[in-house]
Design a protein. Sequence first.
Length: 371
Amino acid sequence: MPSVRNQIYVTQPSLPPLEELLPYLEQIWNNKILTNNGPFHQQLEARLCEYLGVNHLSLFTNGTIALVTALQALRVTGEVITTPYTFAATAHALLWNNLSPVFVDIDPNTGNLDPNRIEEAITPQTTAILPVHCYGHPCDVDRIQSIADTYGLKVIYDAAHTFGVRHRGESLAVHGDLSIISFHATKVFNTFEGGAIVCPDETTKKRVDYLKNFGFANETTVMAPGINGKMSEFSAALGLLQLKNIDDLLKRRRQIESLYRETLLSMPGISLMPQPLETVTNGSYMPILINHDYQLSRDDLYKKMKDNGINGRRYFYPLITDMPMYRGLPSANSDRLRSARALSDQVICLPIYSELTDDQVDRVASLIRGS
Ligand SMILES: *Cc1c(COP(=O)(O)O)cnc(C)c1O
């Protein structure tokens, strides 16, 4: 086994310098405001709106509770069209709202919900579409909005991967009725645990703010069975610190992404997903596809990497529709989800994080080349 020192992790969280955190903690200790829309919470909401270029945003304790709350906020009922090629939280948020997921296949070029397959899945019970901008690559937002407009459906984007992604000159998280972002430790921007809902207007943000605070609209009025989804002052302070060097971190992630792409582009047996058009990516994930003519199977390469201290991740494998709580649904039938199945069987996400060195990227690429 390679020593721990030589391990290349699939991701490493970025942290602000510890001494910079201490003054923030002192402030919390002095004013004794620990949560409930405290000063750091308010500052972080304002700074993130500015940074992302969105008008309104509500901070959350994590991305999953944000997703659960977004569905509540729009009063989504019945069936929701979504993708099987995502993290478990996307579909789980539907079950937590007593909603029925209807899985639709993906476009193999993007890993995102295939807009050509959405209409055939719509029934009288359908009220919303829940697409994912997988790996931070944009969904076909125009087509999806046009279908939603035609059928009177809500669109909630799981934009968990999209922090810092710019699409046609604006944040990718501006689309749909609501978008949710995750600030989990493994994401590009982290507050240890955390997340946000991007809201189109002040009224919607207010409703979301009530819902994340048990439904309290004021001291005596509870307008809905809300949840406790509030971000603490500690996480908000971390967020303010993380924002200080986010541009450098994103720049380095994009460099690593380019380096990988240059080295792997013409490698026999390996394919890369096409780079999205009109998009500045965030280098959040580095998926590669292992083809049948590669010297090893996907799982054997994954294991060989591990044996050599290089931690990849089969992301997203298994498909959501293979999990016991979803596999019995009619829309989970494999015949209808061929592209998702193929991608899930071929993909490995390579290590990518800002502290990864060029030499380490070379080490990963050499191992894949088999030299
Ligand atoms: C990380 C992630 C989530 C959940 O976010 P948390 O902040 O970890 O709760 C939801 N959807 C996708 C696609 C994710 O990658």
